[in-house]
Design a protein around this ligand. Structure first.
Ligand code: 0X9
Ligand code: ZN
Length: 442
């Protein structure tokens, strides 16, 4: 995490000098015809000043890594944005996988071949129907709840899993939330969440470790927080990130539209321009008001329905295991000992191969889910940034059952530790050798 941390420190140091000029130069972009063109994942080597320009400009930074002479960043852009940035001195090139395919090309190839793993939300074989079927397939341990409706009228579904579910009142047992696809294009996050749910449902009749958890603890799964955006990635734009709010109210969804749900929570919402934007076209647009989005209202409803102790909000990509706080660097919390015990350290991370640490060390955001859960709901929360599945694949994780299962299995021990820790969060259970003792702040 050290490298990522330094990126932010340098960026902050330059903030005072550069902020006003950069806001003016980046916040006035208007969408032309080209802005309707497809999003694509681009990569550039940048210096600290350029990095701050991207952060302050509300750009959708997917990945950042320190190098000997600056930083390598991967950013999702429309072609006109890429051209403009390159005219301003950047050197953005499209990211290609080992077969030489861009994200759009790899996505199209998956689609043409017929999906093996991925399923849209809508349709007879879609995820909505799959989730609704769970209560019938696993009577006694699973219930389906509708948390609310999206802008396009889709139901936002949550599955409650615990033993003797019908007879245990909500809010009685300690609870853990697992969710995916707040960002529409992060399909692997839905699949990892869904497979975890099936691990518990199938294991309830065979696996003593699962039985122990379900006897005392309630697990909630929201595999698709953003069903409108998710469906849109199947039908129109594979790299769509936001929900489908019609920002300009013209009756058409285009590059002017959508709110980044992970910038819309009432926790440091609109605190500054770093990592979130007030521009409709920005992929990190925070929305017209905190909690303006039905998907986030649904989340708040859910937090009233259960006694959550922990929440895991799966995202992709980056092989990171992030925990609050994300709105400002170097902001320790009294819960850091629990976070460290469950997240692990650089040498011994809770998810093999992942880089653990406070989320602001990646980049600063505001109005973000885990900060909100922690600060306002007293729920400790993580953002796993799952793998891209193959180098240069970005958000287009391979449609490969074996790789998807491996990614799920890699995250399973951490997910189980969190579930096992819910009854006594101050005394976390972990497969790692990191204790919560001795870390407490003054
Ligand atoms: O930017 C986000 O919302 C998350 N990354 S993603 O690439 N999936 O969009 C990271 C949120 C973690 N919080 C902070 N970095 N502050
Ligand atoms: Zn995300």
């Amino acid at each position: 995490m050290g490298a990522l941390h330094r990126v932010v420190v340098v960026a902050i140091a330059m903030l005072g000098l550069l902020a006003s000029a950069l806001v003016i130069s980046t916040a006035t972009a208007q969408p032309g015809p080209e802005a309707q063109a497809r999003l694509e994942l681009y990569q550039a080597s940048v210096d600290a000043e350029q990095y701050l320009q991207l952060v302050e400009g509300g750009y959708d930074i997917a990945y950042v890594e320190e190098t000997a002479d600056g930083y390598v960043v991967q950013v999702v852009l429309r072609p006109n944005e890429r051209n403009r940035l390159n005219r301003e001195g950047f050197d953005f090139e499209v990211v290609r996988n080992a077969d030489g395919l861009t994200s759009q090309q790899a996505a199209e190839q998956q689609k043409q071949r017929g999906y093996r793993v991925w399923r849209p939300w809508d349709g007879a074989a879609g995820l909505e129907n799959q989730l609704r079927a769970v209560a019938e397939e696993y009577p006694g341990i699973a219930e389906v709840h509708t948390l609310g409706q999206t802008h396009e009228g889709r139901d936002i579904l949550a599955i409650r899993v615990t033993s003797d579910v019908a007879n245990v009142p909500q809010n009685e047992r300690p609870a853990v939330l697992y969710q995916g696809t707040a960002h529409a294009r992060e399909w692997i996050s839905t699949e990892v969440t869904r497979r975890l749910m099936l691990h518990f449902l199938d294991g309830a009749s065979t696996d003593p470790a699962v039985q122990d958890i379900l006897a005392t603890t309630e697990l909630w799964f929201v595999p698709v927080v953003n069903p409108d955006g998710y469906q849109y990635t199947f039908d129109h734009e594979r790299l769509w990130r936001k929900n489908l709010r019609d920002n300009d109210e013209n009756g058409v969804i285009d590059s002017n539209d959508g709110v980044d749900l992970n910038r819309n929570f009432p926790e440091h919402w609109n605190y500054d321009q770093e990592g979130s934007s007030s521009q409709f076209t920005s992929l990190t647009y925070r929305g017209p008001a905190p909690m303006s989005e039905p998907e986030n209202v649904a989340e708040a409803e859910l937090f009233n329905m259960a006694d959550f102790r922990f929440a895991i909000s799966n995202h992709s990509f980056g092989d990171l295991l992030l925990y609050p706080q994300g709105w400002q660097v170097q902001t320790p919390s009294a819960d850091d000992p629990i976070y460290v015990a469950l997240t692990g350290t650089d040498d011994d991370p809770a998810v093999e191969g992942y880089d653990p640490g406070p989320s602001a060390d990646l980049y600063i955001t505001n109005g973000e889910f885990t900060d909100w859960a922690h600060a306002t709901q007293d729920v400790l929360a993580w953002t796993p940034e799952l793998s891209e599945g193959c180098e240069g694949c970005g958000f287009v994780f391979p449609d490969d059952p074996k790789l998807v299962q491996e990614e799920f299995m890699r995250n399973l021990p951490f997910a189980l530790n969190v579930a096992r820790s819910a009854p006594a969060p101050d005394d976390p259970v972990s497969h790692m050798d990191v204790s919560a003792e001795g870390f407490y702040l003054d």
